[in-house]
Design a protein around this ligand. Structure first.
Ligand code: BGC
Length: 726
């Protein structure tokens, strides 16, 4: 038997196995029967019509069988404005302004899965109102390097945190009859050459770091669609990797939804079809009939290169997603709603809970605005709107409140606001190239002098700096980790004349703060905050909201500290990148190599104080199939309502393979009134303490001691309790 015949046989067995499993009478089996009977009625042309787009974001239906056109839309933070059918221009609708949430890093920084759920509900309702069937998000690639242009859109460097936020987001979105499309599968961790770069990594790194978010999305979240990444993985494009798409996604994770390409990321007909790709989107060939999954697929079937059973499998996947989202004549389908006050409140909550208080010497924050006569508001990001940037995640936001607008509205009638520009945006956005960032660090002394004058005559100076979407964007990476536009000099000069200088960083990826941490008392990290950005940050500044965000990534002192850069493998060479740091991504690297970052993963202060105490486990010895019940108390020992994120890390001090110093295995955001104490319980499966054993191609928990650390960041020693696994 030839290799191809073997492949086809195994495919046939796989498909007929799935069909066999569907023979018992459950709602699923009834659904599967309907799917099969629909498939039987289709011509090959009709089948193939369901497997490629007929425009930028739509797929042809089959009206005679009651199958409607399929409508897809970006993106993760809101429902994107309507795009022309056949080009990338906006359609100019007046009804497509939407609610805009803060992007992924801000979502993760809230460490609050309830907010992910809230977001999913809003996105689902707005997508349905706009008659969309699939929303292209969440984007959950690992933040591997501080420079990746799309870090702002993704969530974290830690797979546990990613999974914890992704699952409720997807479940909530899909509860509104809209399919999620979790993206980009897999290893789209840099934008530089994203459509060409070939990524290699160990099986262990794949299973422990890069895959868990997708696994959780599919297995726990029930994600109905997955988007294959642009890049190659071990020599094959992700959209046609037999290993990723068939072996891992279909067999290991049991995914039976739709695997689609990223836009213009299809490269073949036969290879992709056999590997498990279902849907081709965005191909840059004018005649849709000439796309890989159009006429060439019909030809491949006729020539016997792709079995009809494989096409039927794809069509079944499409129909399954349509049924699960109630597209096939179900009158109970969600109708949706748009821009409701509840939606806007959810966007506000998400922005407010994301803000991280990094530093607050002398309790300069919160500001009691009623006692002030004047404030200086400085910096381009005090007035810049960000929701329309970043490329595919851009949103035509119904409105966007800037920090200056919010401060003026809330406090402008009782005090003088001295706004000055402080620094100018010197970069330009150039799609596909970071050249627009070049030479963007000129110090403008005229603007700095103005800022110094404003700061001198004001009680407090607030500098809104950081980045914008010329840096944090799809399609290219940052050139470095510096604060651009001469901001460091501006901040230093302002701090010299006003000891009550607060820096607010608006950015979605790590920037170097070394030059300013010693110079200013207070630093807030406020992310790109979506439509309610200004209101959220103003309320944190005033103390109406007590900051409770925690960094979802490590903030290195300098770029060279972070693993991919320390090892010189970002973005790779000759269009190849090998992830040599292996499983030591983010804090796993910093902890294990004993490198002290600027601010650790999981770090964030509050206006109140907390005491965590009494860490214990229900037993001391566990077998491999048991659950460890961890208990502790947490008290708000200060005088304001606030929330602490209790983080549970685990280490395996003696193991036959290298293990990171510690890994996040649980967390809970606990809200407490002043003086209040709560008892918190967390559960960790012993099986979740395993490492991926490359020689056994599976997970292994080695018997012995494990240490559970209760911390408030990865940089905190916390309290430790030991358990024994038998
Ligand atoms: C992005 C995807 C996006 C798609 C459609 C691609 O360039 O990588 O994340 O969903 O475009 O806009």
């Amino acid at each position: 038997m030839t290799k191809t015949m073997l492949k086809m046989l195994s495919l046939f067995l796989l498909i007929s196995g799935a069909v066999q499993a569907q023979k018992t009478k459950t709602p699923e089996s009834i659904q599967e029967k309907k799917i099969q009977s629909l498939v039987k009625k289709m011509t090959i042309e009709e089948k193939v019509g369901l497997l490629h787009a007929n425009s930028k974001f739509y797929v042809t239906g089959i009206p005679r069988l009651g199958i409607p056109e399929w409508a897809l839309s970006d993106g993760p933070n809101g429902v994107r404005a309507e795009i022309n059918r056949h080009d990338w221009g906006y359609s100019g609708w007046t009804t497509d302004s939407a609610t805009c949430f803060p992007p992924g890093t801000a979502l993760a920084a809230s460490w609050n899965p309830k907010l992910a759920q809230e977001r999913g509900i809003v996105l689902g309702e707005e997508a349905r109102f706009r008659k969309k069937d699939i929303l292209l998000g969440p984007g959950i690639n690992i933040i591997r390097s501080p420079l990746c242009g799309r870090n702002f859109e993704y969530l974290s460097e830690d797979p546990f945190l990613i999974s914890a936020m992704t699952v409720p987001y997807i479940k909530a979105l899909q509860s509104k009859d809209v399919a999620a499309s979790v993206k980009h599968f897999l290893a789209n961790n840099e934008e530089e050459n994203r459509v060409l770069v070939d990524v290699t990594m160990s099986e262990r790194a794949l299973h422990e770091i890069y895959l868990p978010g997708f696994k959780a999305a599919v297995e726990e979240g029930g994600a109905l669609t997955v988007m294959a990444a642009y890049n190659k993985f071990r020599g094959d494009w992700c959209s046609e990797s037999e290993y990723l798409d068939r072996q891992i996604l279909r067999v290991e994770l049991g995914f039976n939804g739709v695997l689609m390409t990223d836009w213009n990321a299809a490269h073949s007909t036969v290879k992709a079809a056999l590997a498990g790709l279902d849907l081709e989107m965005g191909t840059d060939i004018k005649d849709y009939n000439e796309w890989y999954f159009a006429n060439p697929l019909i030809k491949a079937v006729k020539e016997g290169k792709v079995p009809m059973a494989v096409v039927d499998e794809k069509v079944s996947n499409v129909l399954r997603v349509m049924m699960k989202t109630k597209m096939l004549g179900d009158k109970t389908r969600e109708k949706g709603s748009m821009n409701t006050p509840e939606h806007q409140k959810a966007a506000y909550n998400s922005a407010a809970e994301a803000v991280v208080l990094l530093q607050n010497q002398g309790n300069v924050l919160p500001i009691n605005f009623s006692q002030l006569k004047s404030i200086a508001v400085i910096g381009d990001n005090a007035t810049r709107k960000h929701t329309s940037g970043g490329l595919s995640s851009e949103i035509k936001s119904l409105y966007e409140v800037t920090p200056l607008e919010a401060l003026t509205k809330k406090f402008g009638s009782s005090l003088k606001i001295n706004f000055v520009q402080g620094y100018e945006k010197q970069s330009t956005f150039k799609e596909g190239s970071n050249i627009g960032q070049s030479n963007s660090n000129k110090v403008d002394w005229k603007l700095i002098d103005e800022a110094v004058e404003a700061a001198k005559k004001s009680d407090v100076a607030i500098i809104f700096g950081g980045l914008n979407h010329d840096f944090d964007t799809e399609s290219f990476d940052k050139q470095d980790m510096k604060l651009p536009y001469g901001q460091e000099t501006l901040i230093r000069e302002v701090a010299k004349v006003n000891p009550r200088t607060i820096v607010v960083i608006i950015a979605g990826s790590p920037v170097e703060l070394t030059g300013i941490v010693q110079r200013v008392p207070s630093i807030l990290w406020a992310w790109f905050g979506g439509m309610e950005a200004g209101n959220a940050v103003a309320d944190v500044l005033s103390g109406k909201v007590n900051p409770s965000g925690k960094m979802p990534f490590t903030l290195p002192v300098s770029l060279e500290q972070s693993p991919a850069h320390a090892l010189g493998n970002f973005p790779g060479r000759d269009l190849k990148v090998n992830y040599e740091e292996d499983i030591l991504v983010g804090y796993r690297w910093f902890d294990t190599k004993k490198i002290v970052p600027q601010f650790p993963f999981g770090y964030g202060q509050s206006y109140t104080t907390f005491e965590l105490d009494g860490l214990s486990t229900d037993k001391t010895t566990y077998s491999k199939d048991e659950i460890v019940r961890v208990k502790f108390s947490i008290k708000n020992s200060g005088s304001r309502l606030g929330a602490e994120v209790a983080q549970l890390y685990v280490s395996d001090p003696v193991c036959s393979v290298m293990r990171p110093t510690k890994e996040l295995k649980g967390f809970e955001k606990v809200f407490l009134n002043p003086g209040e104490t709560k008892i918190v319980e967390m559960m960790v499966k012993v099986s979740d303490l395993a490492f991926y054993n490359e020689s056994k191609k599976g997970w292994t928990v080695e018997p012995g001691d494990f240490l559970f650390h209760l911390c408030t960041s990865s940089g905190d020693l916390g309290q430790t309790v030991k358990i024994v696994v038998q």
